[in-house]
Ligand binder design. Structure first.
Ligand code: ATP
Ligand code: MG
Length: 562
């Protein structure tokens, strides 16, 4: 391709809303352009990368017997009502009406639609397993679209689905997908880890995510320092260290202190900040809120909390103002002694002694409170986020926490969708049964950004060849001034482009700005053509990922690039 027909072009400035490096570089390299919040146009250079990523995925999915299909983006409400996700999916679901006032949504995912598709054709066990996938635009009305295409509202996903006669068959495909995904990410030059994951709004039981480890990641991943245990913090269980059983109970006292003790500049007598607990009120399944208690130094894990049978899901935490209005109390004065709420304490709180908590009275705290002596021990539950140094849940080593970008998520859905959608087939022994289902997502457009997070320097992007927009860029010096250069360059370009993905920088810009753009766009190989080099029948070659240039004889360049 010639640079002069390439629509887009590089930019010097970065937009104000670009916080992370991949977003900045995608805008500056002319890969994408913003239309509106979370909506981007893919320009030629960006689109080429997106297509290369899609094609690697397509090739690998085809190689394990998944058939490519393309389902409608607009989905009738009735299927979502059948699985009860019409209401449960929440505000992420963009709902629309047609001219007859019939309700539809813009697909954020396709479990319902693919299940209906299979339902229409599935008759006997002989049809199973069925394995299909598509690569398509999805829409989710994200509360905080940001980081460019990393968390967009419209994005490209590969979603695959499989249907099976039994768990063994589902497990086999699930394992094969896991291996295939590692091959896909390897081919793209991405360093990816698979981790245990929560099933969220998609449902099912067993689930894994694939993460690119990067500081801009929005997820926290817990790794054991001694085994291959890895889990998203959302579901990582916390194993508390054994409690010290020999306790000396100090006298309980009530102290007056105005304000939040966790921010206290002057620490009152008797008060040990390590023993301060915090109380949160969350919506229960009945009208009454539930009080959750954690050590002040820990953070609440909403995904784990909402799995408690007394707590409403999705988790709703009562705000400071709601508590003030309803109970005439600042949140930090809440406490478990004489509390009117049902209480669930974090596992770590079970073994705490001589703790400090609010006295349920404005401006008063209780110091040296002890379970059993001052109040009954409430029910305990795993409520907190794992932290660096916690025991690994598999019993081997300690946890380390790192940030990750979720590029893929796979689920064993079992009959979560096939049962409510009444899909059946005839078994070998003439009975009727419900097939088991798996689903396998890859964030195609997110991968483009995640790859840049892993492959860049201060000059720009450094693409791995497999997903680079072009493999080679040719930069001729004096292309518009020297006929010989032009003639040779055109011939050379025409020949090279039959074998490689080549960009010819045929602009009249200065060589310096062309070099800078080649580095910014991140093309793996740069070839410079100049009068002096041509006199010796040579060209200059430089790899984007190396500093050195080398002089190569013209007749050797093709074999060299190969
Ligand atoms: P997240 O936790 O990042 O919101 P999710 O768990 O809701 O993602 P899935 O339903 O598992 O996402 O979708 C499959 C894949 O699609 C994700 O692993 C991710 O790579 C990608 N994806 C999801 N939401 C977005 C988005 N808003 N923008 C870009 N890619 C996305
Ligand atoms: Mg997910």
């Amino acid at each position: 391709m010639r640079y002069t027909v390439l629509y887009g072009g590089t930019r010097k400035e970065t937009p104000k809303d670009a916080e992370i490096i991949s977003h900045k570089l995608m805008i500056r390299a002319g890969m994408i352009k913003k239309l509106s919040s979370g909506l981007y146009t893919w320009l030629p250079i960006g689109l080429k990368v997106l297509q290369k990523v899609s094609n690697i995925i397509r090739q690998e999915m085809n190689s394990i017997g998944f058939a490519e299909i393309l389902m409608p983006i607009v989905q009738p409400a009735k299927f979502w009502q059948q699985t009860e996700r019409w209401d449960k999916y929440g505000p992420l679901l963009l709902k629309i009406k047609d001219r007859h006032e019939k309700e539809y949504c813009f697909g954020p995912t396709h479990e319902e639609i693919v299940t209906d598709l299979i339902k229409q054709d599935l008759t006997t066990y002989k049809n199973l397993p069925i394995k299909v996938y598509q690569i398509q635009t999805k829409f989710r009305d994200e509360i905080r679209p940001r980081y460019g295409v990393m968390r967009a509202r419209e994005f490209t996903m590969k979603d695959g689905y499989s249907f099976h006669i039994n768990q063994e068959s589902l497990q086999e495909t699930y394992d094969e997908i896991k291996q295939t995904y590692h091959r896909i990410f390897n081919k793209m030059g991405l360093d990816v880890r698979d981790v245990l994951a929560d099933t969220g709004s998609i449902g099912g039981e067993i689930s894994h995510e694939f993460h690119v480890l990067a500081n801009s990641g929005e997820d926290l991943i817990c790794f054991s320092d001694q085994s291959d245990f890895a889990a998203n913090i959302e579901l990582c269980p916390v194993i508390e260290k054994p409690f010290n059983k020999q306790k000396i109970f100090k006298n309980i006292t009530k102290i007056k202190y105005k304000g939040d003790l966790s921010n206290a500049e002057q620490i009152p007598d008797n008060f040990d900040p390590n023993n301060l607990i915090k109380c949160l009120l969350v919506q229960g399944i009945s009208s009454q809120p539930v009080m959750l208690i954690l050590n002040n130094k820990h953070t609440l894990n909403p995904t784990k909390a909402e799995k408690h049978p007394k707590i409403a899901a999705p988790l709703v935490i009562l705000s400071y103002q709601e508590i003030k209005n309803k109970y005439d109390l600042d949140i930090h004065y809440l406490g478990p002694v004489n509390s009117k709420f049902p209480i669930v304490i974090d596992n770590s709180i079970k073994g705490i002694s001589n703790f400090t908590c609010g006295a349920n009275e404005q401006e008063y705290y209780l110091v040296n409170v002890n379970w059993e002596r001052d109040l009954n021990l409430p029910e305990n539950f795993d409520l907190r986020n794992a932290e660096d140094g916690d025991l690994s849940p598999d019993g081997n080593g300690a946890l380390k926490i790192k940030k990750g970008i979720e590029v893929s998520h796979i689920f064993q859905l079992k009959d979560t969708y096939t049962k409510p959608m009444l899909i059946k087939y005839n078994t070998k022994v003439g009975k009727s049964d419900t097939p088991l289902m798996g689903c396998y997502g890859i964030g195609v457009s997110r991968i483009v950004a995640a790859s840049i997070e892993q492959h860049h320097d201060d000059k720009g992007i450094i693409w791995p060849t497999s997903i680079a927009p072009f493999t080679v860029i040719i930069i001729p010096i004096n292309y518009h001034k020297d006929d010989k250069i032009k003639e040779f360059t055109d011939q050379f370009y025409n020949k090279l482009k039959t074998k490689f993905d080549v960009l010819l920088d045929d602009r009249s810009n200065s060589p310096g700005s062309k070099f800078a753009d080649a580095d910014l766009i991140g093309i793996p190989h740069r070839i410079v053509i100049s009068q002096k080099l041509l006199e010796d029948n040579t060209i200059e070659h430089k790899k984007r990922c190396e500093e050195n240039t080398s002089i190569i004889s013209i007749d050797k360049i093709e074999s060299f690039l190969k």
